[in-house]
Design a protein around this ligand. Structure first.
Ligand code: AMP
Length: 431
């Protein structure tokens, strides 16, 4: 099926051709007509499925049919949980708007940089704003933009943004928007609790690619290697050298570990850098662009890099530490094997993390053979209880604050959850 059969205008068809897209991906084929018709939609799209274009193309088309007229508000708002993802989506929207016959003002708004230039740039409104919720609210509070003219709201990585941790901010954003807007939710996973919350912010949405359990792009080869915790950096070096991996994204459990592991690799002559939420925005952006431009061979990251970031030709993802939550496994390994490329996901499984990895396997409905790499065989007997088994601990050993919040959310109704997040009792809500 060609793009031209989806009802997109000539300028958008030129833009997709310029991107080298020959035909729409499955999610684009299904979502574009629904979005163009103005309906609410909930799409469970695997990572790398082309979901950005699936919402950006119809948004741009609807803008061209209904220009905002007044230049004070914004017509479409796209929310994403990380700064990198926001900037990536904004850049994609710019590319898709390249041949538009009228100027389209698209802005990516993230924290970590000064507020003033963003306030200046927002003068006169914008057509499409892509933002993290925190920075968006900062700008609303400074009267730099208004949300009362938003016709379409897109929430990317919706499972993350509907989590209780983001719910306070999201509820405040939603309060400022018209009730009769179009709301589109995209995510690689839709746990039941997120579905219940989503029900409170959408009107009879059409659901696409239903996935009660996470879906896995088929092109990713998954491996599990048994190894003792203290040997993991050496094993990583060995695998990089043995397989000649040109570019590797390595996930670790803590911010500290990103620096620690990157440093050890650098000492071994491997171009590696850390990537975590505590680094300044400039350092984060530099690390990501160096990695994308192949100036870095290894990026050692926390789960911050697990969401949505599109790195072309990333052949390997390594779980140096296992993710705490099973769903994060899908997000992490989805960084490889994007847009049909082949990818490999390697998980290091220490003896003490074996039970946790079995849980992840159960959740993903898969069983992986435990490999032993000669010279790095694990020795279960050597694991004493006081030996740190992962740098950041594993889920199930001791409940983190996040786990406790998640559990609390499981037993709450969606409305209660949002109210709890706002720290306001239901009876105090205005009717
Ligand atoms: P996304 O899931 O939006 O992050 O997209 C993943 C990658 O797929 C990006 O590099 C896009 O440029 C690419 N892509 C999106 N749509 C298509 C398409 N129809 N054909 C080929 N590649 C695409």
């Amino acid at each position: 099926m060609p793009f031209s059969s989806l009802g997109l205008t000539g300028s958008l068809l030129l833009a997709v051709a310029e991107q080298g897209y020959h035909s729409p991906t499955e999610i684009q084929r299904q979502a574009i007509p629904i979005i163009l018709a103005g309906q609410d939609m909930r799409a469970c799209a695997p990572t790398g499925s082309g979901k950005t274009a699936a919402f950006a193309l119809p948004l741009l088309q609807r803008l061209s049919k209904n220009p905002t007229g007044s230049r004070v508000g914004i017509a479409a708002l796209i929310l994403a949980p990380t700064r990198e993802l926001v900037l990536q989506i904004a850049a994609a929207c710019q590319r898709y708007a390249h041949f538009s016959p009228h100027p389209v003002k698209i802005m990516g708004l993230v924290g970590g940089v000064s507020l003033n230039p963003q306030m200046m740039a927002l003068r006169g409104g914008a057509d499409i704003v892509v933002a993290t919720p925190g920075r968006l609210l900062d700008l609303v509070e400074h009267n730099a933009l208004k949300l009362d003219s938003v016709r379409t709201l897109v929430i990317d990585e919706a499972d993350k943004l509907l989590e209780l941790g983001f719910a306070v901010e999201l509820a405040r954003v939603l309060d400022q928007m018209p009730q009769d807007r179009q709301t589109l939710l995209f995510s690689a996973t839709f746990p039941a609790v997120v579905e219940r919350l989503a029900d409170t912010i959408q009107r009879t949405p059409i659901s696409l690619g239903m996935c009660s359990s996470p879906t896995m792009p088929a092109v990713i080869t998954q491996r599990a290697i048994s190894v003792d915790p203290a040997r993991r950096t050496q094993l990583l070096r060995h695998l990089i050298q043995q397989h000649g991996w040109s570019r590797v994204l390595v996930f670790v459990a803590t911010k500290y570990a990103t620096g620690h592991v990157a440093e050890k690799l650098r000492r071994a002559g491997i171009a590696a850098a850390a990537f975590n939420g505590e680094l300044s925005q400039g350092v984060r952006a530099q690390a990501l662009s160096d990695f994308q431009a192949a100036r870095l061979q290894v990026l050692v990251a926390t789960d911050l890099a697990g969401r949505g970031i599109d790195i072309a030709q990333l052949p390997v993802v390594v779980n140096f530490d296992l993710p705490r939550a099973a769903d994060d496994y899908v997000h992490r390994i989805g960084r490889t094997g994007r847009a049909g490329e082949a990818g490999e996901a390697v998980s290091f499984v220490t003896p003490a993390a074996e039970a946790h990895f079995t849980l992840i396997e159960k959740r993903q409905r898969m069983t992986l053979l435990r490999e032993q790499v000669p010279g790095f065989e694990s020795t279960p007997a050597a694991i004493a209880p006081d030996v740190p088994v992962t740098i950041g601990g594993i889920k199930g050993k001791r409940k983190s604050k996040k786990d406790k919040r998640r559990e609390a959310m499981e037993v709450m109704s969606p409305a209660q959850a949002i109210w709890a997040a706002r720290a306001v009792k239901p009876e105090q809500q205005k009717s």
